[in-house]
Design a protein around this ligand. Sequence first.
Ligand SMILES: NC(=O)c1ccc[n+]([C@@H]2O[C@H](COP(=O)([O-])OP(=O)(O)OC[C@H]3O[C@@H](n4cnc5c(N)ncnc54)[C@H](O)[C@@H]3O)[C@@H](O)[C@H]2O)c1
Length: 370
Amino acid sequence: MIESFEAVVDGFVHESSPMRVVFGAGRLAEVPDEVDRMGCSRVLLVAGGPEAAYADSLADALGSRLAGRFFDVVMHVPVEVARAAADAARAAQADLVVCVGGGSSTGAAKAIALESGLPILAVPTTYAGSEMTTIWGLTEGGVKTVGRDPRVQPRVVVYDPELTLSLPSDLSAASGMNAMAHLVEGLYAPGASPITTLVAEEGVRALATALPLVVADPSDLAARSTALYGAWLAGWTLGVAGMGIHHKICHVVGGNYDLPHASVHSVVLPYAIAYNLDYASAALDRAQRALVSAGINAVNPAVGMWELEQAIGAPTTLASIGLREGDIASAAAAVAAAGMVNPRPVNQGAIEQLLRDAWTGIPPQSIRDQ
Ligand SMILES: NC(=O)c1ccc[n+]([C@@H]2O[C@H](COP(=O)([O-])OP(=O)(O)OC[C@H]3O[C@@H](n4cnc5c(N)ncnc54)[C@H](O)[C@@H]3O)[C@@H](O)[C@H]2O)c1
């Protein structure tokens, strides 16, 4: 076998579902036409937070198609919010859910779809990527449950980079690294295929190029467009390829200790790459190649990602985002107990070391460096 193709053609299963993606500045205005195209006429509009302002203009444009609104979105979708959202859909006799916002708005729409089977049209305003996946999440009593169901995957996604201009620099940096994590794990996740690999490498290149420009000037529409393009590729990669130790740590530690979602992803990513570096070297060479083509010439992709985060002011220590040092050992035990498919076998002691490194924020080290 030719060496450079070995990593992707030594066997794979590729499965992805059809979705319609409409991308470009000003495309929010096309949502009513997309609703008509789907044959729907009673829209429940889901949007909370500052991004609800975009939904206000959409509400006007929808006219008589607007059947109701739901504003109370909450991160990680507490079951009470899921119930209230489903009630709102029933009361409105909705035949379509349109969500405008980050992963929290998309999550509320998915909760409705999970119960009712209603289709979703998603208009994302962050880089989280939930709009491209069949993954739903619900939280009850502080415990988050995650599952997959084809009914929650939006049928149509409208990406309008103008809606991301208001995302502050710090949220843009953290959310961008959340997307970056989907791409990097997609390179070695169980569902990786030649197509996801190509997409993931392109996404790393797009985000690594765009995020420094976005943070330097949040109103730079060209940079915003490139970042949102990277986020689309990231969400798709997560949905198709799956995940490994990085996402498991973020879900378990972020969920159990109520840490901000995108920030946990940002902190953990360089350490998760270092953890897997010697076990997925061909896959991670692609991340390195993408970083180099974006002008980040570090010794390996773990250090490159860490340097990118320093440059864009993304969170780099678990201490700074609220994890107490005394919780590290129990967090490591919970991650090890959760079980996962990952290139490097999961060992509680090694996870604890990873979390300690991420807690202090020392430069990430692979086994070879230690
Ligand atoms: N199911 C999946 O596949 C998947 C994938 C990624 C994330 N998620 C979930 O998504 C959630 C996190 O998503 P998120 O990071 O987008 O958080 P979020 O939706 O809560 O948004 C973060 C913050 O940014 C604000 N915001 C969003 N867009 C804005 C804009 N354009 N301008 C100004 N402010 C804006 C929000 O009001 C909020 O305060 C978590 O619950 C996570 O588990 C799910």
